[in-house]
Design a binder for this molecule. Structure first.
Ligand SMILES: Cc1cc2nc3c(=O)[nH]c(=O)nc-3n(C[C@H](O)[C@H](O)[C@H](O)COP(=O)(O)OP(=O)(O)OC[C@H]3O[C@@H](n4cnc5c(N)ncnc54)[C@H](O)[C@@H]3O)c2cc1C
Ligand code: FES
Length: 290
């Protein structure tokens, strides 16, 4: 498939073999986070919900040897442009890898491997009667919902957006949404509803038409678990974009294994990161979320 060719919602794109070098084209502040972009010269256009393993070409592995492995990043937007596909990422600096990526300057290079993993599915695939979408994002987890909203919009699928943040420092990424009809929540009350984003979801799901939309969520484990429970209780289909510590990103190390609801384990990098709510017993995955 060539970059730019129209594809169906939720089609999984497979990564070309090996990693490749991309040139960084911009790095902007977005609230307490940063948005950085790079042009992928050889990869396919990713699907919403997929991720890349990223590493800066220089100053990756300093005196202490950290960061060493590439870090997993959800793609926040992707558009074909001259020379390849522009990939946008949203980053919160929480450790050595994310701090280095957040400091990338235009003209620098970065290694990428992707697009990886299972993307979001169209609403009718999540629940047969669902024709619209409710997107629920928390903190840095708003990233994959930005590209998903754009893809849904392009396909003519109505999408309502609910985003929540802990406080001003731990918020950002609204520039990626480019729309005014977002409903916001913040735990410290600096913007929108004072409280959790799941309070807003709970109100929406009280409506008679709740079953006409599928819910898509990405955020900290406690938020994802609250979304999963709310949707299960009300019989609403949902998909969750989850995180687990990932060393390889393509199924080889088993470091990202999480329990499934029907017994056994799934590798979140190949069987996720997007999973249906009924595929897992809990979204409270040890070692995930920050
Ligand atoms: C599929 C996927 C998509 C992701 N998308 C994004 C994104 O779009 N933007 C973004 O900023 N981050 C994203 N992350 C999280 C990011 O990959 C981790 O925060 C990163 O590995 C941290 O690296 P570090 O070297 O900066 O910090 P580390 O030293 O590795 O860790 C710093 C802190 O983050 C915690 N942490 C480490 N790894 C993870 C992890 N995988 N998940 C949650 N917490 C972790 C640690 O417990 C520690 O508290 C994603 C993770 C996954 C698995
Ligand atoms: S990160 Fe290695 S198997 Fe999933």
């Amino acid at each position: 498939m060539t970059a730019g060719k129209a594809r169906g919602l939720g089609e999984r794109m497979v990564a070309p073999f090996g990693r490749r070098l991309c040139r960084v084209t911009r790095n902007l502040r977005s609230g307490g986070y940063r948005i950085f972009s790079a042009v992928d010269p050889a990869g396919p256009e990713p699907s919403a919900g997929q991720f890349y393993m990223l590493a800066a070409e220089s100053r990756w592995g300093g005196d202490q040897g950290r960061p060493y492995l590439a870090r997993a990043f959800s793609v926040a937007d992707a558009e074909p442009e001259s020379g390849g596909v522009r990939l946008d990422f949203l980053v919160q600096a929480v450790g050595p890898g994310t701090a280095r990526l957040a400091a990338l300057e235009p003209g620098e290079e970065m290694w990428i491997n992707g697009p990886l993993g299972r993307p979001f599915s169209a609403p009718a695939e999540v629940a047969t009667e669902a024709a619209g979408a409710i997107l629920v994002g928390g903190g840095i987890g708003v990233a994959p919902l930005a590209i998903w909203r754009r893809r849904l919009l392009r396909a003519g699928v109505p999408a309502r957006v609910l985003l929540g943040f802990r406080d001003r420092a731990n918020s950002g990424g609204l520039d990626l949404f480019d729309c005014s009809e977002i409903r916001l929540a913040s735990e410290d009350g600096h913007t929108g509803h004072r409280g959790y984003v799941t309070d807003l979801l709970s109100v929406l799901l009280e409506g008679d038409d709740a079953g006409s939309a599928a819910v898509y969520a990405c955020g900290p484990p406690a938020m994802l678990e609250a979304v999963r429970v709310l949707c299960t209780d009300r019989g609403v289909g949902c998909e969750l974009a989850m995180e687990a510590p990932m060393a390889c990103g393509f199924g080889a190390c088993f470091g990202c294994a999480i329990p499934q609801s029907n017994g056994g384990y799934m590798r979140l990098c190949v069987d996720g990161p997007v999973v249906r709510g009924d595929e897992i017993e809990t979204a409270l995955v040890p070692g995930s979320g920050h």
